[in-house]
Design a binder for this molecule. Structure first.
Ligand code: 4AD
Length: 446
């Protein structure tokens, strides 16, 4: 009703259905704030004392009919003068885990995954998440990408990292699909198949990784935005899409969810607004770019004691990524050209040496670490075949080799973790607070 309220100037009959956010009874009048989830703002309901009901408590579901009219109070343009109030669903204020007018922390409300959308903070988060989803789809649509529904069940392990959930009917003693099948860890390979006929494709859907991690940036089920672009000339073709998408989605959300974002930036993660503005201005002007080799040099020269080795050839761990972002001034940084042996078979061989690298890229951002990961893909049939043979994968990926046999074009793509994007936008520390129902190792509530 927020849009409707701002455009309405005359009074008319209205039916309001929602949940009580506050109830105050005075001698002559009862005042309620009722919220239906469409906006952070609740609508004020004014009723004669005769309509008061002890069941009108914080959290109860109500239906109010009356006249919507201009409000004498400055803070709200309109209020509902009630003719009738019906309590549709009671809410025991003692047992209800959230208390009226109390600002509960994200950690507290996380204990109630089935109820937390009733708090202001989490309902704001869900509206922002919904708007960010639309913004990402709009970005791709406006830029000529075709959306592909890549499968959730697949027989391949795209990342080759062995973090697969296997899919079989309960109690089955043979494979349902005749072959082992898994929940997807990335839609990339299927996107690559379609990138053989469409020059720009994307997918945006659930992704699954059996990572045994309780970290603040890993989930077992998360949403990934993936894009694949054909006829690429260089890595810049990828980093530009990452930057443009980030900027376009963020500007869209900041413009459309002013109050919801404000709630986070003011009360939940104070100070984050400034960091985000710095971040955006960097993305606008072009983010920093360093090679993996330069990153390793920075780490080796630092006086920091890292728990994991940071020699050339070692994977960059969270602690390294955090240090690099800090070292670069807490701004987004692209790290490119990783050691060839660290990257999956599909990453394009830079054919350099003796420090042999592949054309892969990660976008590291303050507070979150890796936000996007991508690469140019090996489009040369002979090079790809040799690598698959070396890994003993040429039979499993003969279909993938076909993509290079028939009209292969240079191409590349990337994946962005949607929850990490929301963390970055709002400054939320724990990834479990930006997804409606988090799944992670040893926890699958509801
Ligand atoms: O870097 P990743 O593993 O890249 C791929 O899967 C590529 N196949 C994507 C592509 O090129 N099409 O994952 C991409 C992003 C990461 O940068 C991170 O933001 C997010 O997905 N991500 C996770 N987010 C939450 N929980 C997890 N367990 C995640 N693992 C990766």
């Amino acid at each position: 009703y927020s849009l409707f309220l701002s455009s309405c100037s005359t009074s008319f009959v209205c039916l309001l259905q929602g949940w009580v956010r506050s109830a105050r009874a005075q001698k002559v009048n009862v005042f309620l704030h009722v919220n239906d989830g469409s906006s952070l703002q609740s609508l004020q309901v004014v009723a004669g004392a005769e309509l008061n009901d002890p069941l009108l408590t914080f959290g109860s579901a109500v239906e109010v009919s009356g006249i919507l009219q201009e409000s004498p109070h400055e803070k709200q343009p309109l209020e509902l003068q009630a003719d009738s109030i019906r309590v549709i669903g009671e809410c025991d204020p003692v047992d209800f885990p959230f208390k009226v007018k109390k600002r509960h922390g994200l950690e507290y409300i996380r204990q109630f995954p089935h109820l937390r959308c009733r708090t202001n903070a989490f309902s704001s988060l869900l509206r922002i998440r919904s708007e960010a989803t639309s913004a990402i789809h709009s970005y791709f649509k406006d830029n000529g990408f075709v959306q592909i529904h890549t499968p959730i069940i697949t027989s391949n392990d795209c990342e080759g990292a062995g973090e697969l959930f296997q899919v079989e009917p309960a109690g089955a003693d043979e494979h349902f699909f005749s072959v082992p099948a898994f929940l997807t860890v990335s839609g990339q390979l299927h996107l690559e198949a379609t990138a053989g006929a469409f020059s720009k494709v994307y997918t945006f859907g659930p992704t699954f990784r059996a990572e045994n991690s309780q970290s603040r940036r890993h989930l077992a089920e998360f949403y990934m935005v993936e894009a694949e672009i054909s006829f690429t000339q260089s890595m810049e073709d990828l980093t530009k899409v990452m930057e443009d998408m980030f900027r376009s989605a963020t500007e869209h959300v900041l413009a459309r969810c002013v109050e919801d974002v404000d709630l986070f930036h003011r009360h939940v993660t104070p100070g984050h607004r400034v960091s985000l503005q710095v971040f955006l201005s960097f993305v606008l002007l072009s983010s920093l770019r360093i090679t993996y080799t330069e990153a390793v040099d920075i780490l080796t020269r630092s006086s920091e004691q890292f728990a994991f080795p940071s020699d050339w050839g070692c994977d960059l761990k969270t602690e390294h990524e955090k240090y690099l972002v800090k070292h670069c001034g807490n701004v987004p940084v692209f790290v490119t050209d990783y050691p060839y042996d660290l990257k999956p078979f599909y990453a394009r061989d830079n054919q350099d040496g003796p420090r042999h690298t592949a054309a892969a890229v990660d976008l590291l951002v303050p507070g979150v670490g890796e936000l996007c990961g991508g690469s140019l893909r090996e489009e040369r049939l002979s090079v790809l075949r040799a690598r698959l043979e070396q890994l003993g994968l040429e039979d499993a990926y003969s279909w993938y080799l076909d993509l290079r046999r028939f009209g292969s074009a240079p191409h590349g793509g990337f994946g962005l973790g949607f929850e990490r994007y929301l963390q970055c936008l709002l400054g939320v520390d724990n990834i479990k607070d930006v997804i409606p129902f988090p799944r992670f190792s040893r926890s699958c509530l509801l």
